[in-house]
Design a protein around this ligand. Structure first.
Ligand SMILES: Nc1ncnc2c1ncn2[C@@H]1O[C@H](COP(=O)(O)OP(=O)(O)OP(=O)(O)O)[C@@H](O)[C@H]1O
Length: 510
């Protein structure tokens, strides 16, 4: 095929859902070997555009050409045949099958034999993984892999199907720092091999580190396509949000000392195999960040405090009394925003409004909530404050973009004024405007006396709001760092990196 044409040209793409126009004459091009960032606020239309490209949705109008040849995409198989692949996170792999078998799945039958056999699949898997620089045994069960390795298998699977265009939607959302570095190395290799990548992310630093060009969408339209080298972060944020909006993502010392009786006391907590012996306190009004890798036991600790998990040993005391179960935890004023918000935090078929009201019904009904307001007034203000993009509060939550679903779950707990709020990865998938808003809300709550336990894989986020940071490693708290003792992000990287890298990559370490 000729090199004169871009590998991909999408022209005048239009898409409406009912009366709502979600894509308006969108143009998007991708060059061979390019890593092209697709950015935009929650609900801007990024996923919809990529679902059209991967054959999941059909477009209402427009044209798509691959290497100059017009193509028609009726379903996902058409996209696959055109060399277009979406890299899903772990969810699309079958955990009970091996790496080789997963790569073999969905392969078109070859001449002579109906399917590739296991040995052939393993050979293919091994050679692709070696090309990617990954020394992973194809006989390994997928359920034994870390999130990062699963993603690697997804990429290998796409390459085995001769994909030329890879779409990655927030690929680092569930990766540790170390796994992210590995992914970036692989993306650079793919690029050098002429593979083209559409890279969706809300993380600015990644875009500037990795991408050649960036396209910004807002309200279903393309607002800008530029080489990253010509841009600064503030310019990018302004184009995305439509106005200069200072993000509240910088730390300021709250000049508070936390002495006296803690609200939460965790003592000798053990939940084998991950949590061995964990003890810490949180005082009213204190923001404590918990750092550690995915799989280091952070979520288990959070769930134990929330009464959702029974520890094998140790105790958790709120106001000096042990937490017995989740009902008791909620009655004691503990709230938790779970990491897996789509599954645990939302009823997808219910409306935006009923989802937001669910944990707050008591407040709406007995009138101690916000004095002069009724529920819908409060909900509408929240929708405005968090920039939740929905045509109406009555819309079903499932029809909102991923980032907007996240905002619903977070906002409904933030308005509750809990005594202890546990936030597990609160800003994954959330756009930069809302990140600033969530950060500001966390501070406001803490200033009013709420104790906060913040779990985050993003050091930047921990640094922005924590008063104190706990580093979790091999089931124990190995460091307890006062935020004000850290003068730069690099310093925290140095402080935590030794521990984090040592425990990364469980498969390789085994
Ligand atoms: N199946 C659907 N039915 C109705 N509306 C939909 C549907 N899918 C998406 N939308 C709407 O289309 C708009 C664009 O959503 P899309 O998922 O493309 O946004 P996005 O840019 O990917 O956002 P995010 O960063 O939050 O993932 C949103 O307002 C969303 O509510």
């Amino acid at each position: 095929m000729s090199d004169e044409h871009p590998i991909l040209e999408m022209r005048d793409i239009e898409k409406s859902f009912g009366a709502i126009s979600v894509l308006k004459k969108v143009d998007f091009t991708l060059q061979r070997g390019e890593v092209h960032a697709l950015m935009g606020g929650n609900g801007a239309g990024k996923s919809t555009l990529m679902k059209i490209l991967t054959g999941v949705y059909s477009m209402d109008a427009g044209t798509i050409a691959v290497e100059g040849q017009p193509i028609r995409l009726h379903d996902a198989n058409d996209a696959k045949r055109a060399g277009i692949a979406m890299i899903y996170q772990e969810f699309s792999l079958i955990p009970t099958l091996t790496v080789g078998q997963n790569i073999l799945l969905n392969h078109e039958p070859r001449a002579g034999s109906l399917f590739l056999n296991d040995r052939a699949a393993n050979r293919l898997a091994r050679s692709i993984l070696e090309d990617l620089g990954e020394d992973l045994n194809p006989n390994t069960l997928v359920s034994d892999l870390s999130a990062g390795m699963m993603q690697m298998v997804e990429i290998a699977k796409a390459l085995s199907q001769k994909a030329k265009i890879l779409v990655m939607d927030e690929p680092t959302a569930s990766l540790s720092e170390h796994e992210t570095e590995t992914l970036f190395k692989i993306i650079r290799k793919l690029k050098a091999a002429g593979i083209s990548i559409v890279y969706i992310s809300h993380r600015m630093a990644e875009i500037f580190e990795l991408c050649d060009r960036v396209t910004v969408m807002r309200d279903g339209q393309i607002r800008m396509t530029e080489p990253c080298a010509n841009l600064t972060i503030p310019q990018l944020v302004e184009t995305m949000l439509g106005a200069s909006s200072a993000s509240e993502f910088t730390w300021h010392d709250r000049h508070k000392e936390f002495h006296g009786e803690p609200l939460v006391k965790v003592r000798g907590l053990a939940m084998p195999p991950r949590v061995v012996d964990v003890s810490f306190d949180i005082h009213p009004g204190e923001i404590v960040g918990l750092a550690g890798l995915m799989g280091s036991g952070r979520t288990e600790i959070a769930e134990a405090i929330f009464g959702r998990r029974t520890p094998a040993a140790g105790e958790i005391l709120i106001d000096g009394k042990p937490v017995s179960d989740q009902k008791h935890a909620i009655d004691s004023g503990i709230a938790m925003v779970p990491e897996d918000r789509r599954r645990m935090g939302l009823v997808l078929d219910h409306s935006v409004q009923s989802n937001m009201m669910a944990p707050n019904l008591d407040r709406f009904s007995n009138g101690i909530f916000v004095s002069d307001t009724n529920a819908s007034g409060v909900i509408e203000r929240l929708i405005g404050r968090f920039g939740i993009k929905t045509s109406s509060p009555a819309k079903a939550a499932r029809l909102l973009s991923g980032g907007n679903q996240q905002k619903i779950v977070i906002s409904k707990w933030l308005i509750r004024n809990p005594r202890l709020l546990i936030l597990d990865e609160p800003t994954i998938g959330v756009d930069i405007g809302a990140k600033g808003e969530i950060t500001a809300q966390i501070r406001e709550l803490a200033d009013a006396g709420t104790a906060i336990l913040l779990i985050s894989s993003e050091l930047e986020e921990l640094l922005a709001v924590s008063d104190r940071m706990l580093i979790l490693h091999e089931g124990r708290i190995v460091q307890n760092i006062q935020r004000r003792d850290i003068t730069s992000e690099e310093e925290l990287h140095h402080a935590v990196q030794g521990h984090l890298i040592a425990q990364a990559d469980p498969v390789h370490a085994a």
